[in-house]
Unconditional design. Structure first.
Length: 495
């Protein structure tokens, strides 16, 4: 018992006296590794004087034990350098964090399991920045393995995968076709379609294809890939080189966007119908009818006539816009420029919608940017006043609705025009453009119909106004999100 206590004391004393060990995994050609490991890290930890052990990952043993250590620690880093100390793994910006510095200062002890794995690696006391000359040669007894590798610039996980593949070429006769995204997005889409990859896993990277197997982001490791390669009994082929990307993949991408078709049109119509331009005018109309003592029946008839006029007017405006856009589709360059510009404008509208949200939230809705200018508001109110004495109120309401539509299009067109542009850009929507216009405008007048029905049942314009002030911020946020999605799609489809 006494002997055990002495040994335990010696172990604790050694751990506290000699500080901790930093096991650093890096790559010789990693620029930010060189900057960090050539003085910055040492300066950061100088007061603790830890021992530094550098494991260069072009060495296959070091790469293998790194992935094994990540599984034991249950944490995977996306980029180099990786520092394993005690039983923790740190990488990237974490290496400058207070948490990391404090952990190093606590002189953590490496567990026996982790130490056993570390002992299988090869480390140096100082890092080096030239390619090692003692890399192993690939096993020529294994048939050539063709691999399609999709990656993106700026993807830290991809940088780690690049190094992993470089090391794996020391063991296997790999021929890797490198496809950078988004340049090869059509081929990527076509290959994912061939494998019937679920939507939730689409377009993620890095991703590797070998024969009839696809390795997703969380499977891109030496273990699963090596296991699959070693189980191969016949030579693989680069089948992806024969895919017709221009036809099949583009159709699949547009089909995916097409799933947004009806919902985009319906959402666009409702949002447009609830925007301040349309709502403030309808509230003024109801208030004015009440003021001049119109009966409930007249209010109902007025609402039907007014909404019908709004519907028909916007439908005709939409048909005209469709005709213009359809003619521009024959001039490909001009068409692409138009859709690109429209996408950028819509993204600007998104920013302005979020700005308006804060104005509404602060009770300053009058300072919102996306609303009908004051002079057009006055114009709309004057049009309504001129119809007050008409004997046949429904005729007056119909004419007023047409005139109001023309005046308010300067504001409501912010949603209407981008939605029509989206419909005309996606082929499967274009052929049914008229049907989508009808659906859009039915949902556009839906809020107006609801307001008129509630007015018929006795709700006052003041009640509507108070309710709308509460809903205004939410409407602006929803509009902003809608603009972001639609703008992004228009820009993508213009490319």
């Amino acid at each position: 018992m006494k002997r055990i206590n002495v040994l335990l004391f010696i172990f604790i004393f050694a751990a506290l006296s000699f500080g901790s060990v930093l096991n650093i995994f890096y790559s010789y050609d990693c620029d930010h590794c060189e900057i960090l490991l050539n003085g910055e890290l040492q300066e950061l930890l100088h007061e603790f004087d830890p021992e530094y052990r550098y494991y260069e990952v072009t060495n296959k043993k070091n790469m293998d034990i790194l992935y094994e250590l990540e599984r034991v620690i249950d944490r995977a880093a996306e980029d180099f350098p990786e520092v394993i100390i005690g039983e923790e793994l740190y990488y990237g910006e974490e290496l400058g964090s207070d948490e990391f510095i404090e952990y190093v200062g606590s002189s953590p002890v490496t567990s026996p399991e982790i130490q056993t794995i570390m002992d299988r690696g090869t480390f140096t006391k100082d890092p080096f920045w030239t390619k090692p000359s003692d890399t192993a040669a690939a096993d020529t007894t294994i048939a050539k393995v063709y691999m399609a590798y999709f990656y993106a610039q700026g993807c830290s996980h991809c940088r780690k995968t690049d190094k992993m593949l470089e090391v794996m070429k020391q063991t296997y006769p790999l021929e890797v076709d490198y496809f950078e995204l988004p340049e090869h997005i059509l081929l990527f889409e076509a290959m994912e379609e061939r494998f019937e990859i679920p939507e939730k896993n689409r377009l993620g990277y890095p991703k590797i294809f070998i024969r009839d197997r696809v390795f997703f982001e969380d499977e891109v490791e030496p273990g699963p890939i090596s296991e699959f390669i070693e189980a191969l009994t016949t030579e693989t082929t680069p089948w992806w080189r024969d895919i017709d990307t221009q036809k099949d993949a583009k159709r699949n991408i547009l089909t995916r966007f097409g799933k947004f078709r009806l919902s985009a049109v319906i959402i666009g119509g409702i949002i447009d119908g609830m925007n301040p331009c349309a709502f403030t005018t309808i509230l003024f109309f109801i208030s004015f009818l009440t003021l001049i003592k119109r009966t409930k029946k007249e209010v109902l008839i007025t609402g039907i006539s007014f909404c019908t006029a709004i519907f028909l007017s916007y439908l005709l405006i939409g048909i005209g816009l469709v005709a213009v856009l359809r003619s521009l589709n024959f001039i490909e360059t001009l068409s692409k420029i138009l859709y690109l510009v429209m996408g950028i404008v819509v993204l600007i509208f998104a920013v302005l919608s979020f700005y308006d949200y804060f104005k509404f939230k602060a009770g300053k809705s009058g300072e919102a940017i996306l609303q009908l200018p004051d002079y057009l508001k006055k114009k709309a109110h004057n049009i309504i006043r001129k119809g007050k004495s008409a004997k046949n109120i429904w005729i007056s309401a119909f004419i007023t609705g047409i005139l109001i539509s023309l005046v308010e299009f300067a504001c409501t067109g912010q949603v209407y025009l981008p939605t029509i542009t989206f419909v005309m850009k996606v082929p499967e929507l274009r052929v049914r453009a008229f049907l989508f216009l009808v659906i859009y405008n039915l949902f556009f007048i839906l809020p107006l119909i609801v307001v008129f029905l509630l007015a018929y049942l006795g709700f006052s314009s003041q009640t509507f106004n108070n309710t709308y002030k509460k809903l205004g911020p939410s409407v602006k946020v929803i509009t902003g999100v809608f603009f972001l999605i639609l703008g992004g799609m228009l820009i993508y489809l213009s490319l």
